[in-house]
Structure formats: structure tokens, C-alpha cells
Write a protein that binds this ligand. Structure first.
Ligand SMILES: [Zn+2]
Ligand SMILES: [Zn+2]
Length: 220
């Protein structure tokens, strides 16, 4: 009687541990998220809901950038509007992928330098004109550095500033200047776009565009 106390009521010939191992594991609902200092319950293998979604949506566990207080971006522009400072005034709020500022003004998303240019210099004098930065700093909103310019003037100026988006600086470019020279050489030597593509890890269309000068037209 005494000897059987504390022993599990196992009758079959496999041990208790074997049976436990065959049962489903307890759901780890009450375990904490593995991110340091996060007190939330984890819902998946590693993270709580919030951290899981952050990682999924933004690719990072860090908190998203603070949203600027409503109206603060416009206020910032107004404050600096009549500045006669020769220095760049850098946009402290959100920045679009190309490095220009981003602002929501009366329900429209635009760039702050464009807004400043409109306020200070009025409507663009001709169609297709764009805002040029005389300083070459994309997130600068100093009105003294901004003016309307034609696309050609702007491109020329960007080349001088080294902020040109030609060729490999182009956001989507998969090829370098050297690649394109080599591709055109190979094509002239009689290779097809299907033969050249794999050498540069790009599709045949990219090769044809580079050869026909649909892209990289300025390079010859
Ligand atoms: Zn968490
Ligand atoms: Zn500037």
C-alpha cells in the first residue's frame, strides 16, 4: 500500500514519460513575448501580436516613427517661410523613399519644398517645370534655395550636385554603367538578349531596353 503512493497509475508496459511525450504540448499562451521588456503574451512561437505584426508589416521590431502632431509640419513651414538664412532648413518630418520630404496639406500629399515654392514664387510659370534646389539637398525647404526650373535645368544642376538620378543611381536600376557598356558590346558581337541576360542576372527585356537605348540613352 505505502509503496504504491506517488507512483503514476501506469499499467501498460511503456513508461510514464513516453505517454506524456505523446500527448499534445501545452499551448504556450501564458508565456511572454521574447522581445526584451515586452510584457505581452506571445501568440506565436516568438512574439506577441504587436511585435509579430510589426515584423510582418515593417520588417523591424522597432516602434514605428512618431507621428508628428497634427498641423506641426505646416506650422514648421510657416515659421521658416520668411527666413533669410543662407543655410539649408532641413525637413524634420517624414521623408519619402527618394529623400524628399513628405507632407499632407489640406488632404493632399505633396512635398514641402513644392509647397514652399508655390507659396513664395506662385504657380509654376510653365507646365512640366519642377522645383529645383540650388543647394542640392533634397530635404531642404529654405525658400531661398528653391525656384521653378525646367526639367533640363534641374537635371543639369543635379549632375553638378552629384544627386543625378541617371543610370545606376536610378532607384530601380539593376545594372551599372560598366554593365551597360559590356552588354552593348556583347550585343554588337551578335549575342542575343537571352544569352546576355543571365550573365548580369537580369531578364532579357532589361537587356533589350539597354541595347535599344530605351534605358541608359545618355550613355554611348
Ligand atoms: Zn512583444
Ligand atoms: Zn538648401
Amino acid at each position: 500500500m505505502e509503496a504504491s503512493r506517488g507512483r503514476s497509475p501506469v499499467k501498460s508496459d511503456c513508461g510514464d514519460n513516453t505517454i506524456v511525450a505523446m500527448l499534445p504540448k501545452p499551448y504556450n499562451l501564458f508565456m511572454k513575448c521574447t522581445v526584451a521588456d515586452c510584457e505581452k503574451q506571445k501568440r506565436g512561437k516568438l512574439y506577441c501580436c504587436m511585435h509579430y505584426m510589426r515584423l510582418k508589416r515593417r520588417g523591424s521590431l522597432n516602434p514605428p516613427p512618431m507621428r508628428s502632431a497634427k498641423g506641426a509640419p505646416v506650422e514648421f513651414l510657416m515659421q521658416h517661410l520668411n527666413s533669410d538664412s543662407p543655410d539649408c532648413i532641413l525637413w524634420p518630418f517624414s521623408i519619402a523613399p527618394l529623400g524628399y520630404g513628405c507632407i499632407n496639406y489640406k488632404g493632399r500629399t505633396t512635398s514641402p519644398h513644392r509647397l514652399v515654392c508655390l507659396w513664395v514664387h506662385g504657380k509654376r510659370p510653365r507646365r512640366k517645370m519642377e522645383v529645383a534646389h540650388s543647394c542640392g539637398i533634397r530635404k531642404c525647404v529654405n525658400q531661398n534655395h528653391l525656384r521653378w526650373a525646367t526639367r533640363e535645368e534641374n537635371q543639369l544642376e543635379r549632375a553638378v550636385h552629384g544627386t543625378s538620378n541617371r543610370g545606376e543611381r536610378q532607384w530601380m536600376s539593376k545594372l551599372t554603367r560598366e554593365n551597360v557598356i559590356e552588354i552593348r558590346r556583347l550585343s554588337a558581337a551578335g549575342l542575343s538578349s537571352y544569352e546576355i541576360g543571365p550573365r548580369f542576372n537580369v531578364g532579357s527585356k532589361t537587356i533589350r531596353d539597354a541595347v535599344s537605348q530605351k534605358t541608359w540613352a545618355w550613355l554611348d
